[in-house]
Design a protein around this ligand. Structure first.
Ligand SMILES: Cc1cc2nc3c(=O)[nH]c(=O)nc-3n(C[C@H](O)[C@H](O)[C@H](O)COP(=O)(O)O)c2cc1C
Length: 277
């Protein structure tokens, strides 16, 4: 639990007003167990009288990212599918992990664990097992009785398109030995317990997005990987091969490495349709 040093507290009530759990009784310095450990009380206290439940308190450093900088940064971040044959040092990977303490999480539950696959053999194994799992999945969907069932009960799914995709996926697997992982030197897996009530999937995609942005500022390239997420779903047989707990699901996967390609131009795409109400 955070802890309030009452002797330093001036009763400005900033912490009380900003607490999303309304857990603070400033008269006694008590913090109720409804506290979600978000640290807003620590962040807002002008006297540093609220101590965090973990670590120390530091003054926020000013940043120099202007809106123009952010726009330019995001327009330059593209999915990287071509990597230099160069390892990402563990220190850099751990730098990516360390910054995750700053990323948001539903109810601040922070249900995610991260596994980094970063040996050539393991990345290849992840590539091959994911490919096998997807080929099995496509083949199942293309079985005559399953396609008939889909045509009747889910007519919006285009079975012929799945069949064409399966064929091209299988033929690519014969010529490309890394069609899933693109020879990335590291693959970051964001996983958590399977739960009907939690929001681990949303957390994972947010954390992967922040990680991608941070990685790009460090000169790395990244690519989200939905294939791995599909293959490492609920009770996946792949989990033990990558030390992912059996009761966990991989909710987001991010390829990371030094990019071989550099993009020169901004390729305009449409922004989403917006409705102002
Ligand atoms: C959730 C998600 C899953 C994705 N899965 C894959 C994937 O499995 N393989 C791949 O090559 N790209 C994947 N991508 C990358 C998209 O294809 C890419 O973002 C899109 O084509 C736009 O290109 P850009 O990221 O370079 O702007 C994924 C992107 C997202 C957001």
């Amino acid at each position: 639990m955070p802890f309030i040093k009452l002797e330093k507290c001036t009763r400005c009530l900033k912490c009380v007003k900003d607490c999303p759990a309304q857990a603070i009784t400033i008269e006694t310095g008590e913090i109720a167990d409804t506290c979600i450990h978000c640290g807003h009380c620590v962040a807002i206290c002008p006297e540093m009288a609220v101590r965090p439940d973990f670590g120390d308190v530091f003054l926020l450093q000013p940043h120099e990212v202007t809106p123009k900088d952010f726009r330019n940064l995001s327009s330059g971040i593209r999915s990287c599918r071509s990597y230099l044959p160069k390892d990402v040092p563990d220190a850099v990977l751990l730098q990516l992990i360390d910054n995750m303490k700053h990323y948001p999480s539903a109810s601040n539950a922070r249900p995610l664990q991260v596994t980094i696959v970063r040996s050539k053999e393991k990345v290849k194994l992840l590539n091959d097992l994911t490919e096998e799992a997807l080929i099995r999945m496509f083949s199942f969907l293309c079985k005559p009785w399953v396609s008939t069932f889909i045509r009747i009960f889910a007519p919006s799914i285009n079975v012929n398109k799945i069949k064409r995709y399966r064929d091209s996926f299988i033929s690519r697997s014969e010529t490309n030995d890394s069609q899933i992982c693109h020879h990335a030197p590291a693959v970051v897996l964001f996983h958590g317990e399977v739960s009907k009530t939690g929001m681990a999937e949303a957390d994972a995609n947010i954390w992967a997005t922040y990680t991608s942005i941070y990685a790009n500022t460090l000169g790395l390239g990244t690519c989200f990987n939905g294939f791995i997420v599909k293959a490492m779903g609920k009770k996946s047989k792949l989990n033990p091969k990558f030390k992912v707990p059996v009761n966990h699901q991989v909710y987001a996967a991010l390829l990371v490495g030094y990019p071989k390609v550099k993009y020169r131009n901004e390729a305009s795409r449409t922004s989403p349709e917006v409705t102002l109400v």
